[in-house]
Design a protein around this ligand. Sequence first.
Ligand SMILES: Cc1cc2nc3c(=O)[nH]c(=O)nc-3n(C[C@H](O)[C@H](O)[C@H](O)COP(=O)(O)OP(=O)(O)OC[C@H]3O[C@@H](n4cnc5c(N)ncnc54)[C@H](O)[C@@H]3O)c2cc1C
Length: 306
Amino acid sequence: MNKHKVAIVGSGPAGLAAAIYTSRAEIETVVYAGEEPGGQLTKTTEIENYPGVVGKTGPELMVAMTEQAQKFGARVEYETVVDIEKLQSEYDAVILAMGASPRLLGVGEDAYWGKGFSTCAVCDAAFYKGKNVYVIGGGDSAIEDATALTKFASHVTLLVRGTEFRASKAMQKRLEQHRDQISVMWKTNLKAIKGERVEQLVLDVDGEEKVVDVEGLFFAIGHLPATGFLKESKVKLDQEGYILTQSASRLAGENIEVVWPTMTSVPGVFAAGDCVDHRYRQAGTAVGMGIAAALDCERWLESVQG
Ligand SMILES: Cc1cc2nc3c(=O)[nH]c(=O)nc-3n(C[C@H](O)[C@H](O)[C@H](O)COP(=O)(O)OP(=O)(O)OC[C@H]3O[C@@H](n4cnc5c(N)ncnc54)[C@H](O)[C@@H]3O)c2cc1C
Protein backbone atom coordinates (compact mmCIF):
# COMPACT_ATOMS: atom_id res chain seq x y z
CA MET A 1 0.00 0.00 0.00
CA ASN A 2 1.37 3.41 -0.99
CA LYS A 3 1.80 5.74 1.94
CA HIS A 4 1.42 8.98 0.00
CA LYS A 5 -0.67 10.26 -2.86
CA VAL A 6 0.35 12.98 -5.32
CA ALA A 7 -1.58 14.77 -8.07
CA ILE A 8 0.35 16.02 -11.10
CA VAL A 9 -1.38 18.70 -13.16
CA GLY A 10 -0.23 18.45 -16.78
CA SER A 11 1.01 15.67 -19.03
CA GLY A 12 3.79 17.43 -20.91
CA PRO A 13 7.51 16.64 -20.41
CA ALA A 14 7.60 18.23 -16.92
CA GLY A 15 4.51 16.44 -15.60
CA LEU A 16 5.42 13.04 -17.03
CA ALA A 17 9.05 13.24 -15.87
CA ALA A 18 7.75 14.04 -12.38
CA ALA A 19 5.29 11.11 -12.64
CA ILE A 20 8.07 8.67 -13.57
CA TYR A 21 9.99 9.68 -10.44
CA THR A 22 7.06 9.79 -7.97
CA SER A 23 5.58 6.49 -9.15
CA ARG A 24 8.99 4.78 -9.02
CA ALA A 25 9.31 6.14 -5.47
CA GLU A 26 6.07 4.23 -4.69
CA ILE A 27 4.00 7.35 -4.24
CA GLU A 28 0.48 6.86 -5.62
CA THR A 29 0.51 9.14 -8.66
CA VAL A 30 -2.37 10.55 -10.67
CA VAL A 31 -1.59 12.72 -13.73
CA TYR A 32 -4.32 15.08 -14.92
CA ALA A 33 -3.65 15.38 -18.66
CA GLY A 34 -5.66 18.51 -19.49
CA GLU A 35 -6.77 19.54 -22.94
CA GLU A 36 -3.46 18.79 -24.63
CA PRO A 37 -2.31 15.32 -23.53
CA GLY A 38 1.46 15.15 -24.11
CA GLY A 39 1.79 18.94 -24.13
CA GLN A 40 3.44 21.25 -26.67
CA LEU A 41 5.75 18.66 -28.21
CA THR A 42 2.72 16.96 -29.75
CA LYS A 43 2.56 19.97 -32.12
CA THR A 44 5.92 19.32 -33.69
CA THR A 45 7.46 16.69 -35.95
CA GLU A 46 11.08 15.55 -35.59
CA ILE A 47 12.91 16.31 -32.34
CA GLU A 48 16.64 16.84 -32.91
CA ASN A 49 17.78 18.35 -29.62
CA TYR A 50 16.50 16.01 -26.90
CA PRO A 51 19.58 14.11 -25.68
CA GLY A 52 19.56 10.42 -26.52
CA VAL A 53 16.47 10.60 -28.74
CA VAL A 54 17.19 10.29 -32.45
CA GLY A 55 14.62 9.86 -35.23
CA LYS A 56 11.54 10.25 -33.02
CA THR A 57 8.76 12.76 -33.53
CA GLY A 58 7.35 14.90 -30.70
CA PRO A 59 4.14 12.83 -30.41
CA GLU A 60 6.17 9.56 -30.35
CA LEU A 61 8.41 10.90 -27.58
CA MET A 62 5.37 11.90 -25.50
CA VAL A 63 3.69 8.50 -25.96
CA ALA A 64 6.95 6.88 -24.76
CA MET A 65 7.09 9.16 -21.68
CA THR A 66 3.42 8.42 -20.86
CA GLU A 67 3.92 4.66 -21.16
CA GLN A 68 7.07 4.86 -19.03
CA ALA A 69 5.14 6.64 -16.25
CA GLN A 70 2.24 4.16 -16.52
CA LYS A 71 4.67 1.23 -16.34
CA PHE A 72 5.59 2.32 -12.80
CA GLY A 73 1.94 2.68 -11.80
CA ALA A 74 1.09 6.33 -12.57
CA ARG A 75 -2.57 6.73 -13.57
CA VAL A 76 -3.47 9.24 -16.28
CA GLU A 77 -6.86 10.96 -16.03
CA TYR A 78 -7.99 12.88 -19.10
CA GLU A 79 -9.39 15.77 -17.10
CA THR A 80 -8.66 19.48 -16.69
CA VAL A 81 -8.08 20.80 -13.17
CA VAL A 82 -10.03 23.93 -12.27
CA ASP A 83 -9.80 23.95 -8.47
CA ILE A 84 -6.43 23.69 -6.72
CA GLU A 85 -7.89 23.71 -3.19
CA LYS A 86 -10.08 20.68 -3.96
CA LEU A 87 -7.02 18.86 -5.30
CA GLN A 88 -5.04 19.73 -2.15
CA SER A 89 -7.80 18.27 0.01
CA GLU A 90 -7.71 14.98 -1.94
CA TYR A 91 -3.92 14.51 -2.18
CA ASP A 92 -0.90 14.77 0.14
CA ALA A 93 0.97 16.91 -2.40
CA VAL A 94 0.46 18.52 -5.82
CA ILE A 95 2.92 19.14 -8.66
CA LEU A 96 1.84 21.86 -11.09
CA ALA A 97 3.15 21.38 -14.66
CA MET A 98 0.60 23.08 -16.91
CA GLY A 99 3.08 24.60 -19.34
CA ALA A 100 2.51 27.74 -21.38
CA SER A 101 0.98 28.18 -24.80
CA PRO A 102 2.60 30.25 -27.48
CA ARG A 103 0.35 33.18 -28.41
CA LEU A 104 -1.23 32.76 -31.83
CA LEU A 105 -3.01 35.13 -34.22
CA GLY A 106 -5.86 32.89 -35.35
CA VAL A 107 -5.25 33.34 -39.10
CA GLY A 108 -5.20 29.63 -39.88
CA GLU A 109 -1.69 28.97 -38.53
CA ASP A 110 -2.92 25.95 -36.55
CA ALA A 111 -3.01 23.92 -39.78
CA TYR A 112 0.71 24.52 -40.41
CA TRP A 113 2.44 23.17 -37.26
CA GLY A 114 5.41 21.14 -38.52
CA LYS A 115 4.67 22.32 -42.09
CA GLY A 116 6.79 25.44 -42.13
CA PHE A 117 5.25 27.11 -39.06
CA SER A 118 6.83 27.17 -35.62
CA THR A 119 6.86 29.19 -32.43
CA CYS A 120 10.24 27.92 -31.25
CA ALA A 121 13.28 29.18 -33.16
CA VAL A 122 15.71 27.60 -30.68
CA CYS A 123 14.08 24.25 -31.45
CA ASP A 124 13.49 24.52 -35.19
CA ALA A 125 15.88 27.07 -36.75
CA ALA A 126 18.25 24.34 -37.97
CA PHE A 127 15.50 22.93 -40.21
CA TYR A 128 15.55 26.17 -42.27
CA LYS A 129 19.02 26.01 -43.84
CA GLY A 130 19.20 28.27 -46.91
CA LYS A 131 15.50 29.19 -46.63
CA ASN A 132 13.66 32.49 -46.79
CA VAL A 133 11.85 32.88 -43.46
CA TYR A 134 9.59 35.43 -41.77
CA VAL A 135 9.34 36.18 -38.04
CA ILE A 136 6.37 37.97 -36.48
CA GLY A 137 6.91 40.16 -33.43
CA GLY A 138 8.57 43.35 -32.27
CA GLY A 139 9.88 42.46 -28.82
CA ASP A 140 13.08 40.94 -27.44
CA SER A 141 12.15 37.38 -28.37
CA ALA A 142 11.36 38.34 -31.98
CA ILE A 143 14.82 39.85 -32.42
CA GLU A 144 16.39 36.95 -30.55
CA ASP A 145 14.64 34.48 -32.87
CA ALA A 146 15.43 36.49 -36.02
CA THR A 147 19.13 36.67 -35.18
CA ALA A 148 19.21 32.97 -34.22
CA LEU A 149 17.67 32.15 -37.61
CA THR A 150 20.38 34.09 -39.51
CA LYS A 151 22.79 31.23 -38.71
CA PHE A 152 20.74 29.00 -41.02
CA ALA A 153 18.24 30.91 -43.17
CA SER A 154 19.26 32.71 -46.38
CA HIS A 155 17.18 35.73 -45.34
CA VAL A 156 14.95 36.71 -42.42
CA THR A 157 12.16 39.30 -42.58
CA LEU A 158 10.72 40.66 -39.36
CA LEU A 159 7.07 41.71 -39.52
CA VAL A 160 6.26 44.40 -36.94
CA ARG A 161 2.72 45.63 -36.27
CA GLY A 162 3.66 49.15 -35.23
CA THR A 163 6.29 51.69 -36.25
CA GLU A 164 8.90 50.82 -33.64
CA PHE A 165 10.30 47.86 -31.70
CA ARG A 166 9.23 47.06 -28.13
CA ALA A 167 12.58 45.30 -27.79
CA SER A 168 15.32 46.60 -25.49
CA LYS A 169 18.04 48.86 -26.88
CA ALA A 170 20.56 46.04 -26.41
CA MET A 171 18.51 43.69 -28.58
CA GLN A 172 18.00 46.38 -31.23
CA LYS A 173 21.77 46.82 -31.31
CA ARG A 174 22.14 43.09 -31.85
CA LEU A 175 19.72 43.35 -34.78
CA GLU A 176 21.85 46.11 -36.36
CA GLN A 177 24.80 43.71 -36.44
CA HIS A 178 22.75 41.37 -38.69
CA ARG A 179 21.05 43.94 -40.91
CA ASP A 180 22.58 42.42 -44.08
CA GLN A 181 20.50 39.28 -43.40
CA ILE A 182 17.44 40.72 -41.65
CA SER A 183 14.98 43.17 -43.12
CA VAL A 184 12.07 44.76 -41.26
CA MET A 185 8.56 45.51 -42.51
CA TRP A 186 6.69 48.03 -40.31
CA LYS A 187 2.93 48.51 -39.90
CA THR A 188 2.45 44.96 -41.11
CA ASN A 189 -0.18 42.42 -40.06
CA LEU A 190 -0.49 38.81 -41.18
CA LYS A 191 -3.91 38.13 -42.69
CA ALA A 192 -3.62 34.57 -44.07
CA ILE A 193 -1.23 31.75 -44.94
CA LYS A 194 -1.37 29.89 -48.27
CA GLY A 195 -0.04 26.57 -49.55
CA GLU A 196 0.16 22.88 -48.61
CA ARG A 197 3.09 23.90 -46.43
CA VAL A 198 3.71 27.57 -45.59
CA GLU A 199 4.31 28.94 -49.11
CA GLN A 200 2.80 32.42 -49.19
CA LEU A 201 1.73 35.02 -46.66
CA VAL A 202 -1.07 37.49 -47.26
CA LEU A 203 -0.08 40.70 -45.48
CA ASP A 204 -1.70 44.00 -44.69
CA VAL A 205 1.07 46.57 -45.04
CA ASP A 206 -0.17 49.95 -43.83
CA GLY A 207 -3.61 49.24 -45.28
CA GLU A 208 -2.43 47.69 -48.56
CA GLU A 209 -2.61 43.96 -49.29
CA LYS A 210 0.66 42.31 -50.25
CA VAL A 211 1.39 38.62 -50.96
CA VAL A 212 4.93 37.34 -50.34
CA ASP A 213 6.60 33.96 -51.03
CA VAL A 214 8.08 32.30 -47.93
CA GLU A 215 9.61 29.00 -46.85
CA GLY A 216 9.17 29.32 -43.11
CA LEU A 217 7.16 31.33 -40.57
CA PHE A 218 7.95 31.85 -36.89
CA PHE A 219 5.72 33.60 -34.35
CA ALA A 220 7.50 35.37 -31.48
CA ILE A 221 4.60 37.22 -29.89
CA GLY A 222 4.81 35.78 -26.40
CA HIS A 223 3.52 32.89 -24.33
CA LEU A 224 0.59 32.49 -21.95
CA PRO A 225 1.21 30.30 -18.88
CA ALA A 226 -1.79 28.02 -18.22
CA THR A 227 -2.24 29.34 -14.69
CA GLY A 228 -5.58 31.14 -15.00
CA PHE A 229 -7.26 28.81 -12.49
CA LEU A 230 -4.64 29.76 -9.84
CA LYS A 231 -5.37 33.51 -9.91
CA GLU A 232 -7.73 33.40 -6.91
CA SER A 233 -5.61 30.81 -5.06
CA LYS A 234 -2.73 31.20 -2.59
CA VAL A 235 -0.16 30.08 -5.18
CA LYS A 236 1.90 33.18 -5.90
CA LEU A 237 2.29 34.19 -9.55
CA ASP A 238 4.43 36.88 -11.15
CA GLN A 239 2.95 39.75 -13.17
CA GLU A 240 2.76 37.68 -16.32
CA GLY A 241 1.11 34.74 -14.56
CA TYR A 242 4.17 32.46 -14.23
CA ILE A 243 4.34 30.48 -10.97
CA LEU A 244 6.82 31.77 -8.41
CA THR A 245 8.59 28.78 -6.86
CA GLN A 246 11.07 29.46 -4.06
CA SER A 247 13.93 29.49 -6.62
CA ALA A 248 12.04 31.74 -9.02
CA SER A 249 11.14 34.16 -6.20
CA ARG A 250 14.78 34.30 -5.19
CA LEU A 251 15.85 34.91 -8.79
CA ALA A 252 13.27 37.68 -9.00
CA GLY A 253 15.07 39.41 -6.12
CA GLU A 254 12.94 38.36 -3.15
CA ASN A 255 14.93 37.81 0.01
CA ILE A 256 13.67 34.35 0.94
CA GLU A 257 15.47 31.27 2.14
CA VAL A 258 15.31 28.57 -0.53
CA VAL A 259 14.60 25.31 1.32
CA TRP A 260 12.58 23.51 -1.36
CA PRO A 261 13.61 25.12 -4.68
CA THR A 262 10.55 23.87 -6.61
CA MET A 263 7.95 24.52 -3.88
CA THR A 264 5.44 27.30 -4.51
CA SER A 265 4.22 29.76 -1.87
CA VAL A 266 1.89 26.97 -0.66
CA PRO A 267 3.47 24.14 1.36
CA GLY A 268 3.08 20.81 -0.44
CA VAL A 269 2.40 22.42 -3.83
CA PHE A 270 5.36 22.22 -6.22
CA ALA A 271 5.75 23.51 -9.79
CA ALA A 272 7.89 22.72 -12.82
CA GLY A 273 8.33 23.34 -16.54
CA ASP A 274 7.13 26.16 -18.78
CA CYS A 275 4.49 27.37 -16.29
CA VAL A 276 7.45 28.47 -14.12
CA ASP A 277 10.20 29.04 -16.68
CA HIS A 278 9.94 31.91 -19.14
CA ARG A 279 13.60 31.82 -20.07
CA TYR A 280 14.60 28.44 -21.53
CA ARG A 281 11.32 26.77 -22.58
CA GLN A 282 12.76 23.45 -23.76
CA ALA A 283 11.60 19.87 -23.31
CA GLY A 284 14.93 19.00 -21.67
CA THR A 285 14.74 21.83 -19.15
CA ALA A 286 11.07 21.03 -18.41
CA VAL A 287 12.03 17.37 -17.77
CA GLY A 288 14.83 18.48 -15.43
CA MET A 289 12.47 20.74 -13.50
CA GLY A 290 9.86 17.96 -13.32
CA ILE A 291 12.42 15.59 -11.83
CA ALA A 292 13.55 18.23 -9.31
CA ALA A 293 9.91 18.84 -8.28
CA ALA A 294 9.30 15.09 -7.85
CA LEU A 295 12.41 14.72 -5.65
CA ASP A 296 11.50 17.79 -3.58
CA CYS A 297 7.97 16.44 -3.25
CA GLU A 298 9.14 12.98 -2.13
CA ARG A 299 11.58 14.42 0.44
CA TRP A 300 9.07 16.99 1.70
CA LEU A 301 6.43 14.26 2.20
CA GLU A 302 8.93 12.21 4.19
CA SER A 303 9.89 15.26 6.27
CA VAL A 304 6.33 16.21 7.20
CA GLN A 305 4.48 12.88 7.19
CA GLY A 306 7.25 10.33 7.65
C1 LIG B 1 6.10 23.93 -32.18
C2 LIG B 1 6.99 23.64 -31.02
C3 LIG B 1 8.15 22.91 -31.22
C4 LIG B 1 8.99 22.62 -30.15
N1 LIG B 1 10.10 21.89 -30.40
C5 LIG B 1 10.91 21.59 -29.37
C6 LIG B 1 12.09 20.80 -29.60
O1 LIG B 1 12.37 20.39 -30.73
N2 LIG B 1 12.88 20.54 -28.53
C7 LIG B 1 12.60 21.02 -27.27
O2 LIG B 1 13.37 20.73 -26.34
N3 LIG B 1 11.51 21.75 -27.03
C8 LIG B 1 10.66 22.05 -28.04
N4 LIG B 1 9.56 22.83 -27.82
C9 LIG B 1 9.33 23.36 -26.45
C10 LIG B 1 8.74 22.28 -25.55
O3 LIG B 1 7.66 21.66 -26.21
C11 LIG B 1 8.29 22.86 -24.22
O4 LIG B 1 9.35 23.57 -23.61
C12 LIG B 1 7.84 21.75 -23.27
O5 LIG B 1 6.81 20.99 -23.86
C13 LIG B 1 7.35 22.31 -21.93
O6 LIG B 1 6.93 21.22 -21.16
P1 LIG B 1 5.88 21.39 -19.98
O7 LIG B 1 5.62 20.02 -19.48
O8 LIG B 1 6.33 22.42 -19.04
O9 LIG B 1 4.54 21.99 -20.62
P2 LIG B 1 3.66 21.59 -21.88
O10 LIG B 1 4.37 20.76 -22.86
O11 LIG B 1 3.08 22.89 -22.33
O12 LIG B 1 2.48 20.70 -21.24
C14 LIG B 1 1.53 21.27 -20.42
C15 LIG B 1 0.50 20.20 -20.04
O13 LIG B 1 -0.39 20.72 -19.05
C16 LIG B 1 -1.73 20.39 -19.37
N5 LIG B 1 -2.60 21.35 -18.69
C17 LIG B 1 -2.66 22.69 -18.83
N6 LIG B 1 -3.59 23.20 -18.00
C18 LIG B 1 -4.11 22.15 -17.31
C19 LIG B 1 -5.13 22.03 -16.31
N7 LIG B 1 -5.76 23.09 -15.81
N8 LIG B 1 -5.43 20.78 -15.85
C20 LIG B 1 -4.78 19.67 -16.32
N9 LIG B 1 -3.80 19.76 -17.25
C21 LIG B 1 -3.49 20.97 -17.75
C22 LIG B 1 -1.76 20.39 -20.88
O14 LIG B 1 -2.85 19.64 -21.37
C23 LIG B 1 -0.40 19.74 -21.18
O15 LIG B 1 -0.53 18.34 -21.11
C24 LIG B 1 8.67 23.11 -28.85
C25 LIG B 1 7.50 23.83 -28.65
C26 LIG B 1 6.65 24.09 -29.70
C27 LIG B 1 5.38 24.86 -29.46
